[in-house]
Design a protein around this ligand. Structure first.
Ligand code: TSJ
Length: 648
């Protein structure tokens, strides 16, 4: 070190460095203080969100044209590794910060997209908050960048650097690898679901035609992997969504258009069912609440079908078909790309850019009309279906009115089977929808009748996938549910009339229980969606095991808990005999047990059902209950390998 070294300069420089370092740490500390603000929640959905945040970066690299393959692995130890073959995150020292770009990406909030990039950057919403958020919420994180013939490595713990950027080897290719362990201090549960990740990655593969995405589960006993690459993009997405249905026409209809920097594409195919299934995306981000792109699509579809119908003499007089009529049995995927996407609404799940309404409307107006002109047989099938839907809707309206009249006369008579509670304020009340009469009996005896109502269901539940709306209203299995909840159905559903603010589905943990849960969720998803959106639907979580030592009894909700409780009960007495039995069903529990383990608000566990859960149930259901044998066989074979767990 030089003799005339100026001590004051060292101080100045390091103070400056300290100041920026402190800012960085404050930023990441903010993430750890309020993780929900950055990733939505610290439940399972937030946990999976970490992976999407990382993968989004690789997808951006693919959109920019430099990455063709992404692999997402759940490692044997439960950590996550994401690998891509892009250019590798830049490693050169940045002028503004004096730090390597790689370090900035992982330590500065919202650093993503600050350099280079281009293409369609995602903005707003929960998406694209970047790698630094994942880093802050990881017990540890390692990144390796293959670039310029060298492997650059850097390590972190809870956002703090534990290893500065180091060259650890040479390489003959480029790309980025990130491995992280979600911090158990930050998440309720750190166990990843392969199904959830795989489903999401499949969606990404559909939305990015030609991009190869692999998913791998390397955990012991659960080993599996999938490779997804769809040259047909969203066309294949629609084929996939319709795979368990009978299509009304062979080919998926595909339309696309550009305006300025924006791009819109739409793929659609009708099936002979009655459900509407429109899935929309903006910059590859799912917009479950729709928004401008969906609005433009619906308006144009209705207009084009009516105009064509009149022109072709299929629709006569002023017998117009409604928007809903035009969407019966429709499966469609809408994907738009734009430079400044505005995500709106409470959950940022809705696209706000009004120019997307115009763009999608124009694309559908031009291209769909042209398609119908060129394919009159397909046009005929679609219009006949819309006309049928129109007639059925009229019948449904009459059925509904007759119910309304009846209940007005009878003073909204409650179902015979309902054991109502005393409290009237819906904010304080809950209803348990229980599978089977015997479990219903135990629940009725065990409940706190001041605020807990019980509705037992029995017999074969209606499959709402298989019938038109008009059959739902009069169905003897569903009517008690509709009447007890008191908020109506479908277009008339009014959440303000809901009689209980907790709707709890209580069914066994076996296949039958799973079946009834799936049926009910599918019903709620299709006909009472606000109920799920507003978070009023729950699944009760009954215990799996009962452990007895002498006069002491405890229960456990998982295999891990069983082992832990068992060793706690054993204490120091290594020879103590602990009797462990498996609860076979709710009906087996006496009322007191049921109250203590599953119904007492102080002790029970409830799982709140999200729209995603319900959507997954709905998909599972279409496959399991649909007409086609092949998809069902494939699904069951796939699941059969890993214990039967058909749950959401
Ligand atoms: F999350 C993350 F940031 F850690 C991350 C980023 C994780 C993974 C698995 C991959 C990536 C990533 C980033 N893959 N590819 C890139 N590309 C860039 O960051 C990049 C490379 C070169 C240039 C350039 O202008 O030369 C620009 C960018 C943005």
């Amino acid at each position: 070190m030089s003799e005339n070294f100026d001590q004051s300069m060292v101080t100045a420089v390091s103070e400056e460095y300290n100041a920026s370092e402190i800012q960085v740490l404050e930023g990441l500390e903010a993430v750890r203080k309020r993780p929900g603000m950055y990733i939505g929640s610290t439940s399972s959905s937030g946990l999976h969100h970490l992976v999407y945040e990382i993968v989004d970066n690789s997808i951006d690299e693919a959109l920019a044209g430099y990455c063709t393959e992404i692999t997402v692995t759940i490692n044997a130890d439960g950590t996550i590794t994401v690998v891509d073959n892009g250019r590798g995150i830049p490693v050169d020292v940045q002028a503004q910060t004096g730090r390597p770009a790689l370090e900035v990406v992982f330590t500065v909030l919202h650093a993503g997209g600050k350099f280079g990039g281009g293409g369609y950057k995602v903005s707003g919403g929960l998406h694209g908050v970047g790698a630094s958020v994942v880093n802050a919420l990881s017990e540890w994180l390692t990144v390796q960048v293959h670039k310029d013939g060298k492997i650059h490595e850097m390590k972190f713990s809870r956002g703090h650097i534990t290893q500065e950027m180091t060259i650890v080897g040479t390489t003959d290719h480029t790309g980025t690898t990130v491995t992280f362990k979600p911090d158990p201090e930050m998440f309720e549960d750190t166990v990843y679901s392969y199904d959830v990740l795989h489903t999401r990655m499949r969606e990404e593969a559909f939305l990015n035609a030609g991009l190869k995405i692999k998913t791998v589960d390397a955990r012991e006993g659960q080993e599996q992997s999938d490779e997804m690459c769809y040259e047909g993009g969203i066309r294949e997405f629609v084929t996939y969504l319709n795979k368990s249905k009978d299509a009304l026409h062979d080919k998926v209809i595909y339309m696309s258009g550009l305006k300025g920097d924006s791009f819109a594409e739409i793929a659609l195919q009708y099936n002979d069912g009655y459900q509407e299934n429109i899935i929309s995306f903006a910059n590859n981000v799912h917009t479950p609440e729709g928004g401008m792109h969906e609005t433009g699509f619906k308006a144009a579809l209705t207009r084009v079908l009516n105009n064509y119908g009149i022109k072709a003499g299929i629709i006569k007089g002023d017998d117009k078909v409604s928007g809903e009529d035009c969407r019966e049995g429709l499966t469609a995927v809408i994907s738009v790309k734009l430079t400044d996407a505005q995500f709106e609404g409470q959950t940022k799940a809705k696209l706000g850019n009004s120019e997307m309404r115009t763009l999608v409307d124009n694309v559908v107006s031009d291209k769909l009309d042209q398609f119908l002109e060129e394919n009159p047989a397909v046009a005929r099938a679609i219009l006949d279906k819309a006309m049928m839907a129109n007639r059925a809707r009229e019948a449904a309206r009459k059925a509904r009115e007759s119910i309304r009249r009846k209940s007005a006369l009878g003073g909204a008579a409650m179902p015979d089977k309902l054991r109502d509670c005393n409290e009237n304020n819906p904010e304080l009340t809950e209803i348990y929808i229980v599978e089977g009469d015997s479990a219903g009996g135990s629940a009725t005896d065990g409940r706190d009748s001041r605020f807990q109502a019980i509705l037992p269901l029995w017999g074969k539940m209606l499959n709402v996938e298989k019938v038109r709306a008009d059959k739902i209203y009069g169905n003897d299995k569903l009517q008690p549910v509709i009447v007890a909840l008191g908020a109506g159905l479908g277009e008339d559903f009014d959440i303000n009339k809901l009689r209980y603010h907790k709707v709890i589905i209580m069914a066994d943990a076996d296949v039958d229980g799973s079946h009834i849960r799936t049926l009910l969720l599918t019903f709620f998803f299709r006909y009472m969606q606000p109920l799920i959106k507003e978070g009023y639907v729950y699944a009760a979580v009954p215990p799996l095991y009962k452990l007895t030592r002498g006069k002491t009894t405890r229960v456990a909700f998982s295999d891990e808990e069983r082992d832990r409780v068992s060793s706690e009960m054993r204490g120091d007495n290594a020879n103590a005999k602990i009797d462990i039995s498996r609860f076979k069903g709710l009906g087996e529990m006496d009322p007191h047990e049921l109250w203590e383990t599953t119904m007492d608000p102080e002790r029970r566990t409830l799982k709140r059902i999200t729209l995603e859960d319900a959507q997954r149930a709905d998909e599972t259901f279409s496959v399991l209950m649909g007409e086609k044998v092949e998809p069902r066989k494939e699904f069951i074979e796939r699941k059969a390998k890993y214990a039967v767990n058909l749950d959401f």
